[in-house]
Design a protein around this ligand. Structure first.
Ligand SMILES: Nc1ncnc2c1ncn2[C@@H]1O[C@H](COP(=O)(O)OP(=O)(O)O)[C@@H](O)[C@H]1O
Ligand SMILES: [Mg+2]
Length: 342
């Protein structure tokens, strides 16, 4: 549904120098997908997401939505595009002088819905959708951050868009409120079949609701794929460092050279990673029962990434080379990925 081809964006800074914010961006996002773009501050995330509704005009390349190159749209086409693509922001961007209901009504008015009674019905529907049925008469300053973002979501959905863009939509919220907003986004994605593209610097956000992720650094996509694959087998140094800084998934980028057990290890240090149904089968105990190898669990996590169960264990194996090779062969047979770290 969304296809980005060879996209490039260069800014001219105040001192006249050119800043290359995006280069060689290729991306495909499917209908109904929740697609995340993660990267550090300054990586180019906001610039990239803003090219999807032409808030930012690319310097080169194409952005196709349902096969149509939006960079060539005339003003009428652009007007139609903005109805198809809603957006929410980190700081909500609500109109402070208008009530919650009027904030949601505003995009309906702006797109030529002249029937006030019909608009009122739609506003009521949207308030219910985001759980704010009782708050319509209030002003944004009377709401909590989470409630403000709910208004932002209702406003973005007013014209029934196919795509919702989220620019750091939970970055100004506390962890608990973040989770409730993410749950709402996921509900909307499932209920309405809405495609969601979000950018964030928080792994937890990606892990909770995204199907696929692209990692951006220095204006380039450095890796992308299914979230479980990218986060459990990070390849690029930027991804590895982001994974290492998150408490969860730390085993994915564990570095034995810098570890607290550096001088304590005698055996072979191995990282096991398994994704999917195998997570809930007693395969490890079966393998270990038959093996002549001593096993110490050093670190590990068994959890899920969105709906995908996974396990990741850091083990020390002690035994003869042959016995350890036997264990590896068994792991391979059960599609448990193993990597010898030391
Ligand atoms: N309007 C602008 N003029 C000049 N440089 C800009 C402008 N907007 C962004 N940049 C630069 O482009 C790069 C990417 O910025 P941005 O897309 O905002 O990154 P992110 O959202 O990942 O933090 C940064 O180096 C930033 O300084
Ligand atoms: Mg940004």
């Amino acid at each position: 549904m969304i296809r980005i081809e060879n996209l490039r964006k260069t800014y001219r800074a105040a001192d006249g120098r050119e800043v290359e914010a995006l280069a060689d961006i290729e991306l495909e996002i499917g209908a109904g997908e929740v697609f995340g773009i993660i990267g550090r501050s300054g990586a180019g995330k906001s610039t990239l997401i803003r090219t999807l509704n032409l808030l930012e005009r690319p310097s080169a390349g194409r952005v196709l939505i349902d096969g149509e190159d939006i960079t060539t749209l005339d003003s009428e086409g652009l007007y139609a595009l903005r109805r198809r693509v809603g957006m929410i922001f980190q700081h909500f961007n609500l109109l402070g002088a208008k009530t919650v209901a009027d904030n949601i009504d505003w995009p309906l008015k702006a797109t030529g819905h002249t029937n006030a009674a019909e608009r009122a019905v739609r506003v009521k529907e949207l308030l219910a959708l985001v759980g704010l049925s009782e708050q319509g008469h209030k002003y944004p300053s009377q709401l909590s951050g989470g409630q403000k973002q709910r208004v932002g979501i209702a406003r973005a959905l007013a014209n029934r868009p196919q795509i919702l863009l989220c620019d750091e939509a939970t970055s100004a919220l506390d962890p608990e409120t973040t989770q409730s907003i993410l749950r709402l986004l996921l509900d909307i994605n499932r209920q309405l079949g809405l495609t969601i593209v979000l950018i964030t610097h928080e792994m937890q956000v990606i892990r909770t609701i995204c199907d696929r992720v692209a990692v951006i650094d220095g204006g380039r996509i450095v890796e992308s794929g299914r979230v479980a694959d990218v986060f459990l087998h990070p390849r690029h140094p930027v991804t590895r460092s982001m994974v290492a800084q998150s408490d969860a998934l730390a085993a994915a980028s564990f570095d034995p050279a810098h570890a607290y057990m550096k001088d304590k290890l005698r055996g072979t240090l191995v990282r096991l990673t398994y994704i999917g149904d195998v997570t809930y089968q007693p395969i490890l105990s079966r393998i270990m029962a038959g093996a002549k190898v001593q096993i110490t669990i050093l670190q590990g996590e068994v959890s899920s990434i969105k709906d995908v169960p996974f396990g990741q264990l850091l083990l020390e194996l002690e035994g003869s080379e042959d016995d350890i090779r036997e264990v590896f062969a068994e792991l391979d047979r059960h599609q448990i990925h193993h990597e010898v770290l030391q």
